[in-house]
Design a protein around this ligand. Structure first.
Ligand SMILES: Cc1cc2nc3c(=O)[nH]c(=O)nc-3n(C[C@H](O)[C@H](O)[C@H](O)COP(=O)(O)OP(=O)(O)OC[C@H]3O[C@@H](n4cnc5c(N)ncnc54)[C@H](O)[C@@H]3O)c2cc1C
Length: 384
């Protein structure tokens, strides 16, 4: 039986996140965007009310939310500010490899740190010359007795300046690409330095930096998964996190639509409110249908993950469709506001800048289309 009715618990969770976005995120979002200030105070409050580290099992003190519950929460956080939501989501991105592939010892060691007090994590996959083609990464992991030694540069790392834990992907032999990739849980230490802080177009509250690993020693027991399993760890993690990016994008699109709807009832031109013109109504209608369709895809991806069924194709569809929706809806919202939409006095120009990044990170939307087509050609039976 299919039901779109949320349970009482899910409604409470949604309302908690919605309230948090309205009271804690939205009032500060413009200032943090303008100053590119890291929202540590907001993240600490999110930790206190249980809105951080959603993927961590209850055994280790976490909320152990289902994937459906996680996307419900993330839509509300994205509605508030995607810069803040990204900072929050990346904690889950850093911890998911440990949750999915970590030994009990690793889970005990790292997950509990995150659930005991507010702690920041980073997910270090991208490199200056390996973004979409991530199997081409050059960061080296060299085995030395009970340790691995890591050397390399990671690019565009969210939360990198503040992280206590870095989930790092490195290769035993870069010429072997996917086959020799490994993943490690690495604590902050002197060999890890930030070499560049990025000055971004949008999502400016999130911290994005280049991180250098210089002879960083990691205990062999802190490898996540086996030698050569790093590619699988990365792909399974992204399958799980892409619906979250979709959910944040739905939040942005919904916010753009609500702003545009309100404005179209207030603003008059040629003796009528602009909402009475069909040209404006069609933009609003397109926003509403795209938000609904995006949410259906996003919830289906989350449901498949919860059922432990193949979800790669729908996770990619949800990420791609919802983030395209967020960009279109926010551009149309600026159009509906006219000249005022272009000004920082109104909220929609920020939504337009913030939304663009959603089409780029966690695999660009070109890469999502490649994944969908590959799955389509490989096993069409997954689709229907
Ligand atoms: C603000 C920000 C935060 C980020 N946070 C993180 C993070 O926390 N951790 C992390 O590991 N990474 C992070 N990233 C990196 C992000 O995931 C990459 O930027 C993204 O995967 C694209 O890689 P690239 O920038 O090297 O672009 P490239 O791979 O160089 O791509 C350039 C263009 O070519 C296209 N392209 C590439 N290959 C193909 C192909 N085969 N077919 C068609 N088109 C193709 C791409 O779609 C894109 O349009 C972040 C990026 C940004 C901008």
């Amino acid at each position: 039986m299919i039901s779109f009715e949320l349970s009482e618990e899910q409604k409470q969770l949604r309302d908690l996140a919605r309230d948090f976005a309205k009271k804690e995120i939205i009032p500060k979002a413009a200032e943090y965007d303008e100053t590119a200030k890291f929202p540590k105070d907001i993240l600490e409050k999110a930790f206190e009310v249980g809105l951080l580290n959603l993927c961590v099992p209850s055994k280790f003190g976490g909320g152990e939310l289902s994937n459906i519950e996680t996307v419900i929460v993330t839509e509300e956080l994205g509605y508030g500010c995607t810069g803040v939501a990204t900072s929050m989501m990346v904690n889950d991105l850093a911890l998911t490899p440990i949750v999915l592939f970590g030994s009990d010892e690793l889970k005990e060691k790292f997950l509990k740190v995150f659930t005991k007090k507010y702690t920041t994590g980073s997910f270090c996959l991208t490199e200056p010359d390996a973004g979409s083609d991530v199997a081409g990464l050059q960061t080296r992991a060299t085995k030395q007795g009970d340790y691995y030694v890591l050397n390399g540069v990671k690019n565009f790392i969210t939360n990198g300046s503040y992280a206590e834990l870095f989930t790092v992907f490195a290769s035993l032999d870069p010429s072997k690409r996917h086959e020799s990739m490994c993943c490690f849980a690495v604590e902050k230490q002197p060999g890890i330095t930030v070499s560049k802080k990025e000055n971004k177009m949008g999502q400016r509250a999130s911290d994005t930096v280049q991180v250098v690993f210089n002879n960083v020693k990691v205990l062999a027991t802190q490898r996540i998964g086996k030698d050569g399993e790093g590619w699988l760890v990365a792909m399974k993690t992204l399958d799980k996190s892409r619906p979250l990016v979709a959910a944040a994008a739905i939040g942005v699109a919904r916010r753009a639509m609500e702003c545009a709807l309100d404005y179209s009832k207030e603003r008059s031109a040629f003796g009528k409110t602009i909402g009475e013109y069909q040209a404006i109504q069609f933009m609003l209608a397109d926003m509403a249908k795209a938000v609904e369709a995006s949410r259906l895809l996003c919830w289906k991806a989350a449901w498949l993950l919860d059922q432990k069924k193949p979800s790669t194709h729908i996770s990619s569809m949800a990420k791609c469709f919802s983030t395209d929706t967020a960009v279109k809806a926010s551009i149309d919202a600026v159009q509906i506001y006219g000249g005022y939409g272009y000004m920082k006095d109104y909220p929609v120009e920020k939504l337009m800048r913030d939304s663009k990044l959603l089409q780029i990170y966690e695999g660009t939307n070109q890469i999502q289309r490649i994944v969908i087509a590959r799955e389509l050609l490989r096993n069409y039976s997954f689709f229907y």
